[in-house]
Design a protein around this ligand. Structure first.
Ligand SMILES: Cc1cc2nc3c(=O)[nH]c(=O)nc-3n(C[C@H](O)[C@H](O)[C@H](O)COP(=O)(O)O)c2cc1C
Length: 215
């Protein structure tokens, strides 16, 4: 039985993150179901120039991801399709990642608004106690943003801010290395193996431990 990860892309800045997450999941042989909110079409257009049209999703998503989807186990559900498979707990999804997660998506999922398929699928994933990862992208944040994130945490989600670390790649890290750091943390949360970043090995500065004192 096909058991995909649902990837929900909402309308926060940060479209390179889902691009990296989807690519790494497909590289790992995982099945992926993609849901792109209406607002995310605007961020995609703004940040990449890519339009995603429901009727031409395969060509459009292939262009966005920069890969041939010929053999990829990738399905696409229009965000307005509330009768789609992922809107039901009986759909055999492994779990879901909302990346990036807008403050609106965080609020909607936290209060069970289900205003579109992305929010409904996330709510279903939480109620079924399946792995749910929420990657918020906003700064600074209000009290209400924080309260919604606490509600999501309490409902069982992993709240994983789009907050790249510079260890591993150093202060001269490229944008792609910082993107891959966040994507790698998402795959860690899903327990899917990846090689998106160099893991911390307890060695400062690439292997040189500083003594406590001395010249
Ligand atoms: C170019 C652009 C960038 C945006 N960036 C963010 C952002 O970083 N974080 C956020 O929470 N909302 C951001 N928004 C606002 C959301 O798109 C808006 O709240 C929208 O209603 C979210 O809807 P959705 O959660 O259904 O995708 C941005 C909007 C645009 C047009």
């Amino acid at each position: 039985m096909r058991s995909p990860w649902i990837i929900g892309v909402s309308g926060a800045s940060g479209t390179p993150y889902p691009r990296a997450v989807i690519g790494a999941l497909l590289d790992a042989g995982e099945a992926v179901d993609l849901v792109i909110s209406r607002a995310a079409r605007l961020t995609l257009l703004d940040e990449t120039g890519a339009s995603v049209r429901d009727a031409h999703w395969k060509d459009d998503v292939a262009a966005w991801l920069g890969r041939d989807l010929g053999d990829a186990d990738l399905a696409y559900w229009p965000a307005g399709d509330l009768a789609a498979g992922p809107s039901s707990g009986s759909y055999p999804a492994k779990g879901m990642v909302v990346v990036p997660a807008s403050t609106a998506a965080c609020a909607g999922i936290a209060i069970g608004l289900s205003k579109d398929l992305l929010q409904r699928a996330a709510e279903v994933t939480l109620k079924e106690r399946r792995r749910t990862v929420i990657v918020p992208r906003e700064t600074p944040v209000t009290r209400s943003h924080l309260e919604h994130l606490i509600a999501l945490h309490d409902a069982g989600a992993v709240v994983l801010p789009a907050s790249p670390g510079f260890y591993g790649s150093g202060a001269g890290a490229t944008a792609q290395q910082l993107i891959d750091f966040v994507a790698g943390k998402v795959l860690d949360a899903l327990a899917v193996p990846h090689e998106l970043f160099t893991r911390w090995r307890g060695e400062l500065g690439g292997g040189q431990r500083s003594p406590l004192g001395g010249p």
